[in-house]
Design a protein around this ligand. Structure first.
Ligand SMILES: [Zn+2]
Length: 389
């Protein structure tokens, strides 16, 4: 991929003479249709190297693109393909040029103290206006802890968020968190070296598999060994779960592993298979496209982006077919033994982590102290981690 520094420069100079108009990307429109609608030659796309073509298929659903006009003349078009990168089309004397440029943003750090009054999701949203932080906390500490929390219990978090033009972009990242349960404080710290969350002792226990690898609307077809197939009009087993979700919705790796297959697979359409430890495999089908750089042999970590929801192959609408296999046997992802994967940091890794954890612990304590109604916790948990308490 060519990322042109000159393009950034020209863009800055060109900006003065032009007006920027933001427009919503037409739902379901392809890049080629977009070019046609703007009277831009399709060769602009066809002359691109394959990897850049793939980038053009990654335009985010419901995103806004920017048109820079001089009078009625469209000078430049900027289309975001991720929170970091955008397609840049520029009118030249002889036609149009295309390249990919970075979206500049800055990362800010925020500290929040929340007193539980209704639910972790609602309280966290009321305080931060961010809808994902509550869910992130639950996945970091485990559901169990929040079930026994009571009104008045405190939650302190330190998180980072990318911001552009005063607006937040992408998802926030929790750097450290403290929750109070029955007058006990529990801590989690994000280890920047593996992006996992550990307790003060440098221990973690995460689920082997994410139960659900995307944010979905509804389950359109459950796992079964026998079901009526809407297209083939006959009974067939359904060795996976179908999650209906909008086209372009992000799909995440369910567990750590290695990509074993990436490509078209008959009725499954565009498919990724990930090989995990202990002989398990997960399969993701009907995808619209793959994340750039995903290829056979590539290591992926749990929760990392692998591709986007589509309707390729034998499919009646955009959804993800998610399958789980033990060896070659299909198993119900909903019933899977949720093997805990315990990791304990040691040696040099532990030292690096301890440094981060110490800084973060100070920050969390500062957040707590900043609230005049807050009584400092006496009992600081050090041995508890997710799944145990
Ligand atoms: Zn299916």
């Amino acid at each position: 991929m060519r990322v042109s520094i000159f393009a950034v420069l020209f863009f800055c100079i060109g900006l003065n003479a032009t007006t920027a108009i933001k427009k919503p990307w037409v739902s379901g429109e392809s890049f080629l249709w977009f070019l046609k609608r703007h009277n831009i030659s399709k060769d602009l796309y066809f002359n691109l190297p394959q990897t850049d073509k793939e980038l053009c298929a990654e335009i985010i659903a419901n995103s806004k693109y920017t048109v820079l006009v001089d009078g009625n003349d469209v000078k430049q078009i900027l289309i975001p393909i991720s929170h970091k990168m955008q397609i840049h089309i520029r009118k030249e004397n002889t036609g149009h040029s295309i390249d990919f440029i970075a979206i500049s943003s800055k990362t800010i750090e925020k500290q929040v103290l929340v007193t539980l009054s209704s639910s972790i999701y609602k309280d966290m949203y009321d305080k931060t206006k961010n809808r994902t932080l509550g869910g992130n906390l639950v996945s970091i500490f485990g559901k169990q802890k929040f079930k026994i929390m009571q009104k008045g219990d405190k939650i302190a978090i330190n998180y980072t968020q990318a911001v552009k033009d005063g607006k937040t972009i992408g998802s926030p990242t929790i750097v450290s968190a403290m929750i109070e349960v029955n007058k006990k404080a529990y801590f989690r710290f994000r280890n920047p070296y593996d992006e996992r969350y550990y307790n003060k002792k440098g221990q973690t226990s995460s689920n082997f598999f994410l139960k659900v690898p995307l944010r979905y609307k509804r389950i359109s077809s459950p796992f079964s060994y026998r079901r009526f197939h809407p297209i083939l009009k006959k009974y067939r087993a359904h060795h996976g779960i179908d999650y209906a979700a909008p086209r372009g919705r992000q799909i995440y790796a369910s567990g750590d592993g290695k990509v074993a297959f990436r490509g078209r697979k008959g009725g499954y359409g565009k498919t990724i298979i990930i090989q995990h430890k202990h002989g398990y495999k997960t399969l993701y089908a009907h995808m619209r496209g793959f994340r750039k750089g995903i290829r056979v042999g590539k290591k992926v970590s749990q929760g990392s982006l692998i591709g986007y929801v589509g309707s390729t192959g034998r499919s009646t609408g955009p959804h993800l077919h998610f399958g789980l296999y033990a060896g070659s046997k299909a198993i119900n992802p909903n019933r899977v033994v949720r093997k805990a994967l315990k990791t304990v940091l040691k040696g040099k890794e532990k030292k690096l982590f301890d440094k981060v954890a110490k800084q973060q612990l100070n920050k969390l304590q500062m957040i707590s102290v900043s609230d005049p109604t807050y009584e400092p916790y006496e009992n600081i948990d050090s041995s508890c981690y997710r799944g145990k308490s």
